[in-house]
Design a protein around this ligand. Structure first.
Ligand code: TYD
Length: 138
């Protein structure tokens, strides 16, 4: 998807079921987020100062959650950038297709949980920024 902008991405305030025994946040595909979940992965043990991401997807929708700790996600549509510091396990960042993302500033013990709309497909990635701008016709 080529015409998307960072304004199509947003923080989703997830349900939080308070309980003195510990809180719970459910995420149901098509109900809490606007896609069905085909894949889940998580990033953890990220060394201090490391960066991840640095790519865009052509078709993939993702919800990114700081399940533990914190990190910064910078979204870029080729014209504008916006950074989100995620540090609560009940906020999800919806990232639509056609958006470049950089992930950095991981706290120690951070766990980035990602819910994805598609199975892993290497061909869905754009890993070169110049190619990304061409894809966006910029
Ligand atoms: P990548 O998406 O580049 O990681 P990040 O954006 O967090 O820096 O993936 C890193 C490696 O892991 C790459 O070789 C592909 C592999 N991988 C899978 O096999 N399945 C997956 O679901 C994901 C997300 C990555």
């Amino acid at each position: 998807m080529t015409s998307t902008t960072i304004d199509d991405c947003q923080i989703i305030d997830l349900r939080k079921i308070h309980d003195p025994r510990g809180n719970l946040t459910p995420i149901e595909g098509g109900i809490d987020i606007p896609f069905d979940i085909k894949r889940v992965y998580y990033l953890y043990d990220v060394p201090g100062g490391e960066s991840r991401g640095a790519h865009a997807h052509k078709q993939l929708y993702q919800l990114i959650v700081a399940a533990s700790g914190s990190f910064t996600v910078t979204l870029d549509d080729g014209r504008e950038k916006k950074s989100y510091h995620l540090n609560r396990s009940y906020y999800g960042l919806l990232v639509v297709p056609g958006i470049w993302r950089d992930l950095d500033d991981f706290s120690s013990g951070a766990v980035l949980l990602c819910l994805a709309s598609e199975h892993y497909e290497a061909g869905d990635y754009i890993r070169d920024y110049k190619e990304f701008l061409e894809y966006k016709s910029l």
